[in-house]
Design a protein around this ligand. Structure first.
Ligand code: URA
Length: 273
């Protein structure tokens, strides 16, 4: 096979893996799975031939990926609360998050995705967590869902690039680090990040909060069920907050854009009061 064909074939195989969601390196060096399978079969044959050693279960048990064990004497939520409370500005808060070592999502992520847009904006959007594009670029909502979000808010005259607070947006997420393979955040991860999000909202002090999707509603309202919650104004830290369908959901369910449009009009009405 010509070098060029081989290169194209390897690239296509890689793109296929990425499309399936295998878009991260798990080990530092490549593992030859064919060689490992052959070695495993040999090992099994040897074990079947030999008597089981005393005091040992016999056979090869693949070491399970350990669940993060709670560290004795450390209360990550209390630590998060103390750090968040001590932050006197958004820069302080970002620095506090960058130094927070209790959330294992940080270990697997490339970037801390803190915020985008203008902190003075009247509207703050709280999304769920960065995805692959956000992790690469270090900014929230920059992938396909983010492009839809930009178009949705542009339709009511708001944008993250606007120079003035009246027409600007400020955007952040419940989690600042991408969960591996975009898995749902665990309750303990949300609980750990909540003090930072609460302080983020206090410091940005928006007039209106938009809670994008179930994870944001779970974190800020303690409730899920976005189909019932959306469009109903709630209160978060004394501020009006409206749950909306997440733009990623709208990409999969375009008929729900009608409800999203109604919610956008309601936000515009609230801002004009
Ligand atoms: N989805 C989110 O909720 N946040 C992002 O930043 C990107 C996608």
């Amino acid at each position: 096979m010509a070098d060029r064909d081989l290169h194209a074939e390897i690239l296509a195989a890689l793109e296929f893996q990425a499309a399936l969601g295998a878009d991260e390196a798990i080990l530092d060096a490549p593992a030859d799975r064919y060689a490992l399978a052959a070695a495993g079969a040999e090992q099994k044959k040897r074990e079947q031939a030999a008597p089981e050693p005393a005091g040992h279960g016999g056979g090869y048990a693949r070491p399970a990926v350990p669940a993060p064990a709670p560290q004795p004497g450390i209360d990550p939520i209390a630590e998060a609360r103390a750090l968040a409370r001590a932050a006197a500005s958004l820069d302080d808060l970002q620095a506090a998050l960058a130094g927070f070592e209790r959330c294992e999502l940080k270990m697997a992520a490339r970037s801390l995705v803190f915020s985008d847009g203008r902190p003075e904006a009247r509207v703050m959007i709280v999304g769920e967590a960065p995805g692959r594009d956000e992790d690469i670029r270090g900014r929230p909502f920059v992938g396909r869902a983010g492009q839809l979000l930009d178009r949705m808010f542009a339709a009511i005259g708001l944008s993250r690039d606007a120079p003035d607070a009246e027409t600007a947006l400020y955007i952040s997420n419940i989690l600042p680090w991408r969960p591996p393979q975009n898995r749902d955040p665990r309750p303990e991860e949300i609980a750990m990040m909540r003090p930072f999000v609460e302080r983020h909202i206090e410091l940005a002090a928006p007039d209106v909060l938009v809670l994008m999707g179930n994870i944001s509603c779970q974190a800020m309202l303690g409730r899920r069920g976005i189909t019932r919650l959306r469009g109903h104004w709630a209160e978060v830290q004394g501020r009006p907050a409206i749950p909306m369908f997440h733009p990623a959901y709208l990409l999969r369910n375009p008929v729900a854009k009608r409800e999203a449009w109604a919610d956008l009009l309601d936000i515009r009405k609230r801002l004009r009061r």
